[in-house]
Design a protein around this ligand. Structure first.
Ligand SMILES: Nc1ncnc2c1ncn2[C@@H]1O[C@H](COP(=O)(O)OP(=O)(O)OP(=O)(O)O)[C@@H](O)[C@H]1O
Ligand SMILES: CC(C)(CO)[C@@H](O)C(=O)NCCC(=O)O
Length: 388
């Protein structure tokens, strides 16, 4: 990433001596935004190296914005700041600051635009870099409601740039699950993974839908596969089957459910393992396969249905990811996206599926800032464009 040197630290909106070419940083506040099919993600860079001089020159609106964003953990009726993900001491564009991570449902986008107007969040920014389908869908609303022109960036490019930046900043960003045996979760431990030599790797971005990318170097990547059966499918089916209202509720129900009352296992068909082809009795032979029988239907709870939905969608993604990895000759598979938020069941299942079906050849990796990579990539681009 292009950056001012450390000696040029206070260059907010000013031409900076010593930068190659024209080095003019965008005016604060600095945001990166990713408006997806389900969730909108906002990353805000709060400078913490503000000098007294700068503070005195700082316009009141900028101070108000900073205080509003950093002084609250909830915004409007649906916006949430993920405080546990906050990153301190981040160097960006020659400045030092804190990255704040905020999300809200894309269905509340119009309310968010109203809030932007009310809190004057858009009055100072000369550019807002935005990615995701919503950058296109809501472009007109931003223009007409708050007179803001969105600079639209590609979501998958932003995702990759975000991954590399965040991983370079934070040593324990990347992790894996050791001994991910689904029948013995006591054994399963979250451990850091050294991702400093990452290439080649596969990224499986599990959002509303799923995109799979093969990344062979910093700038060399391709979207090699995808599936419409993603996080949106899990939540949509769960709402239909259980009457739950939120993602958190769906995950809570799944945590207390038993999918084997819904799914037909190999042992339900064979009475044990299918030895000839090495299919152990405990694996799923047919997702939701028990539900054709009235007795089984009477026996299941909503929690069982939620768990089975989670297992079905996750295993399907795992299976596509594994086949894609084999096809591409890649052994590291990085799973990201908000489907993995507060979802250790899915992460452990993916870890198990990768390891078990590849006989230990494939490694499933995860990132702490799982759903924010695209928004971070956008923030980087905002600063980079002005510096280049
Ligand atoms: N608070 C939440 N509300 C709704 N869904 C959530 C929430 N937290 C996690 N999720 C899960 O995350 C998924 C959305 O993930 P993400 O934000 O990465 O995708 P997106 O950008 O909205 O979608 P896409 O990239 O396909 O446009 C949802 O489908 C759901 O499974
Ligand atoms: C359409 C996107 C890229 C939007 O983020 C995503 O939801 C996706 O990759 N869906 C799956 C599309 C498919 O490959 O079938």
């Amino acid at each position: 990433m292009a950056q001012c040197d450390d000696s040029q630290s206070h260059c907010n909106g000013l031409a900076v001596a010593g930068c190659k070419g024209e080095c003019v940083l965008p005016h604060m506040p600095w945001f990166g935004m990713d408006v997806g099919g389900t969730l909108a993600k906002l990353v805000y860079f709060e400078p913490t190296d503000v000098t007294e001089d700068e503070e005195q020159q700082e316009v009141e609106t900028l101070r108000t914005i900073r205080r509003y964003l950093t002084g609250n953990v909830a915004y409007g009726s649906a916006g949430i700041r993920d405080v546990h993900l906050q990153m301190e001491g981040v160097r960006l564009g020659g400045r030092t600051g804190t990255l704040h991570f905020i999300r809200f449902p894309t269905s509340s986008m119009r309310a968010f635009i109203e809030l932007t107007k009310e809190k004057k969040l858009a009055t100072l920014a000369d550019t807002i870099c935005a990615t995701g389908g919503g950058a296109y869908k809501f472009e007109h609303d931003f223009k007409t409601e708050v007179n803001l022109t969105l600079q639209k960036l590609d979501e998958l490019n932003s995702l990759i740039q975000g991954i590399h930046f965040i991983d370079s900043l934070y040593l324990s960003e990347c992790y894996y699950w050791s001994h991910p045996d689904i029948r013995d979760s006591e054994q399963c431990k979250k451990l850091p993974f050294d991702f400093s030599d990452p290439y080649p790797y596969l990224v499986v971005n599990i959002g509303s839908g799923v995109s799979i990318l093969a990344v062979r170097s910093k700038d060399e990547y391709q979207r090699v596969s995808g599936t419409s059966l993603g996080g949106g499918t899990f939540l949509g089916l769960c709402c239909l089957l259980t009457g739950c209202q939120t993602y958190e509720e769906a995950i809570e129900m799944a945590t207390h459910g038993d999918s084997t009352k819904v799914d037909k296992l190999v042992k339900d068909i064979y009475g044990g393992d299918y030895e000839r082809f090495n299919l152990p009795g405990h694996i799923v032979a047919s997702s939701f396969g028990h539900m054709l029988s009235p007795e089984h239907r009477e026996d299941v709870t909503k929690c069982d249905l939620a768990r089975a939905t989670l297992v079905t969608i996750t295993n399907n993604i795992g299976s596509i990811a594994r086949m894609t990895a084999l096809n591409q000759g890649i052994d590291k598979v990085v799973f990201v996206g908000n489907f993995l938020r507060v979802n250790p069941i899915a992460m452990k299942l993916l870890a198990y599926a990768m390891e078990y079906w590849s006989k230990g050849q494939l490694k499933a990796l995860f990132l702490e800032h799982e759903g924010y990579m695209g928004a971070v990539g956008c923030l980087l681009e905002l600063v980079k464009q002005k510096l280049s």
